[in-house]
Design a protein around this ligand. Sequence first.
Ligand code: MN
Length: 247
Amino acid sequence: MRILISNDDGYLAAGLAALNAAVSSIAETFVIAPDRNRSGASNSLTLTRPLRVSTAPSGFHRLDGTPTDCVHVGLTGLMDPEPDMVIAGINHGANLGDDVLYSGTVAAAMEGRYLGFPAVAISLAGSNAQHFDSAARTALQVLERMQEHPLPRDSILNINVPDLPFESIKGFRATRLGCRHKSDPVIRSQDPTGREIYWVGPAGEGQDCGEGTDFLAIEQGYVSVTPLQIDLTRHGQLEQIQSWLTA
Ligand code: MN
């Protein structure tokens, strides 16, 4: 098995090294990651300048672009033969609910899926998460399951792992995305010359975090596995909009 690994925290991130160390025990890995932290990059592609790739001392490929650029360049320009799947992570922090719309980790997985490969995004929940070994072992379990029971090639799994010792994790749960409260307002400050600067504030707490959600699984100590799709169409409102347009 050949696996492309990427992330959005950059090529030096502990989560990337932990994931590669685990996955390379059962598969041939190819790691390509952004040259800096690109968390929050979502699905952005760099279209206005060329991209450059270099090899880090770790052997990882680092690219001066977004997570989506990394997977795109890796799959269409560098990896030969093609991989069997794409894994992104281990993200430093959860990707729950609405986070998936902003996440570069999830975007890297989506790009793998766009290009025709099953894809997994894996994140370690917690603001200062520590148990990367738990997430790495979880990734291995998921990979082994996928080898024994392959999923359709258009599958994207968004996996979140609670920040607990591996033995304390209660198991797996298939979940739906919950959603967060509105994020905190932007934080306004001044630079040393007195000009206004702004920092985007933290994400809100869970709002829809009840039964069946990814938020609840994590809170209760389970690995959350959410199958994602790309179609954002609100199918249930199609008829209403059609009649609204002709009213
Ligand atoms: Mn990140």
